[in-house]
Write a protein that binds this ligand. Structure first.
Ligand SMILES: NC(=O)C1=CN([C@@H]2O[C@H](COP(=O)(O)OP(=O)(O)OC[C@H]3O[C@@H](n4cnc5c(N)ncnc54)[C@H](OP(=O)(O)O)[C@@H]3O)[C@@H](O)[C@H]2O)[C@@H](O)CC1
Ligand SMILES: [K+]
Length: 500
């Protein structure tokens, strides 16, 4: 399991550990890990050109000590100090003693404009040009502007440096996190550094795993500095072994009812394909049987003859252990209401989200799993789509609390949150190839099948997202794939997960 902890928790663990260690020991551990990662990225340290972007906090201190280590190995290291008089004294001393040099990077941004580029009007064209040339010629830029002590988007001077780093051909390594992102939420308000690699200390921070900040981080390397962290994280990402342990496997005693029967109320005369795709996902999810109810029975049977079909309405079909309602359902509000009245776990997706009565969802005693994409979540919350996309963690928690349900918010970093708070799951296998029509229908069937097999809503949602992402990668394999290809690749995803 990959876990991420909030800044508050990291600070508490840091205080506890610092009290037991000699002064500065923790920063040395961080700097050693950072320097090693930089050396790996550079390949050849001797003769390389390294520029450190240094703010006035400990994040800058880490960069300075790591820079000193690289300078001792023969790199040409220059620190650009945003506030020379407040730079970390020990780190600066170490860098200078190792042969590094220093430039002032304060007041580079033009006064009174929003243009965060180095331009005339700051502390002088001369200094601005020196800094721009340094960064432009560098092999590696180390972003030590700000770490977990940051508030909001970068200030203009810092944003000017971030823009130069983005324009440079240098590889960019962020110290702890890319400066400018919100560590706890993954939100990005204004300018932020775009890194190729982020070297983070002690634990992942939520922002490194959640969009939009995640894309600023590049790949992420975790350096263990010995922090003792509490049992429950803020955020967790399942890995292969976690998913393998959760997959429902048939035993000697299994029959179709013990493995779980999933009911699917989906599709319409206009959208029969949604029903077919939901069934296609469900048949690969581990349930013993799939019962389809709705007007697309002919299409479903033609594609999947093993499906049990009925046109009698959800309340009158035989026994099921879970329901999926909503994909392609059009305006069939009565099916949604009937399914919500069932005392088994229910997954609500697509049109079902719009048609579901909030009080009816809140009144349910069995688990409910809602699976909106950002647009659907925005409609339910009464905000814009951009507002949901910019604040995914808050949005998923808010929706879960409002409906008293588990919510799976789809996206490149799908999030799954329970209503009662607690740890939120983030899916690490997402791929842009999955942004294709019908892919959500496949996911709903897959997750519904896992619910029918007895997984909790949080586990069913996060395991389904994991398998679905993996199946999307296998199906696409570098070229576009349709939703039915994704469904067909789900068995490969199972096998891959079980193989470890
Ligand atoms: N935790 C651990 O276990 C360990 C932590 N370690 C390291 O310490 C780091 C935390 O250090 P920290 O607490 O000194 O804060 P930090 O991130 O340097 O930021 C403060 C500076 O940022 C500035 N600033 C703020 N917002 C800004 C903005 N929008 N735009 C621009 N500037 C902004 C702020 O300015 P001020 O408000 O003071 O003017 C101040 O100068 C942590 O991330 C990790 O790298 C490791 O060494 C060892 C183990
Ligand atoms: K940073």
């Amino acid at each position: 399991m990959r876990t991420a902890y909030s800044v508050e928790t990291v600070r508490a663990a840091e205080r506890e550990l610092m009290a037991r260690l000699p002064e500065g020991a923790l920063m040395q551990r961080a700097a050693a890990g950072l320097a090693a990662a930089c050396a790996d990225l550079l390949g050849r340290v001797y003769g390389s050109r390294v520029v450190l972007l240094v703010g006035s906090g400990d994040n800058g201190g880490d960069a300075l000590y790591a820079g000193a280590r690289l300078a001792r190995r023969g790199a040409g290291v220059t620190a650009v100090l945003l506030a020379p008089e407040r730079a970390h004294a020990g780190g600066l001393d170490a860098l200078l003693r190792a042969g590094g040099s220093v430039e002032s990077g304060g007041s580079l941004a033009p006064v009174g404009t929003d243009d965060a580029r180095v331009a005339p009007g700051g502390q002088g064209d001369g200094q601005a040009r020196i800094v721009a040339e340094l960064i432009g010629r560098a092999d590696l830029v180390v972003d030590g502007i700000v770490g977990i002590g940051g508030k909001g988007g970068l200030r203009p001077d810092a944003a000017a440096l971030a823009a130069l780093a983005a324009d440079s051909r240098a590889a960019v390594v962020a110290v702890d996190l890319p400066s400018g992102i919100e560590a706890d939420t993954g939100e990005v308000h204004g300018a932020a550094v775009r890194a190729d690699l982020t070297v983070t200390f002690g634990t992942h921070k939520p922002g490194l795993l959640i969009d939009p900040a995640r894309v600023y981080a590049g790949s992420v390397r975790l350096v263990d500095i010995g922090l003792a962290l509490p049992g429950e994280a803020e955020l967790e990402a399942l890995q292969h072994a976690d998913v393998a342990a959760l997959l429902p496997m048939p035993g000697a005693e299994s029959d179709k009812y013990r493995r779980g029967v999933l009911g699917i109320a989906a599709g319409s005369a206009r959208y029969p394909g949604a029903a077919v795709l939901a069934v296609s996902g469900a048949l690969r999810g581990g349930a013993g049987a799939v019962r389809y109810v709705g007007p697309a029975a002919d299409a479903v049977i033609a594609a999947f003859p093993e499906t049990l079909v009925s046109d009698r309405g959800p309340a009158r079909v035989g026994r099921v252990q879970a329901w999926v309602v909503g994909p392609g359902a059009g305006d069939d509000a009565s099916s949604v209401a009937e399914v919500l009245g069932a005392e088994v776990p229910v997954l609500v997706d697509a049109d079902g989200l719009r048609l579901a009565d909030r009080d009816a969802v809140r009144a349910r005693r069995a688990p409910t799993l809602m699976t909106p994409h950002a647009g659907e979540a925005a409609a339910l919350l009464g905000v814009s789509r951009q507002a949901v996309e910019g604040a995914r963690l808050d949005s998923v928690r808010e929706l879960a609390a409002a409906y008293g349900a588990t919510v799976l918010l789809k996206g490149a970093t799908t999030l799954v949150a329970d209503a009662g708070g607690g740890v939120v799951r983030v899916n690490p296998t997402g791929t842009a190839w999955l942004a294709t029509a019908g892919s959500g229908d496949v996911l709903s069937g897959l997750a519904g099948s896992l619910l029918a097999a007895g997984l909790s809503a949080l586990d069913a949602g996060s395991v389904a997202a994991y398998l679905h992402g993996l199946a999307g990668r296998f199906a696409a394999d570098g070229a576009p794939a349709g939703a039915h290809d994704v469904a067909a690749a789900i068995p490969d995803a199972w096998r891959d997960v079980r193989a470890g």
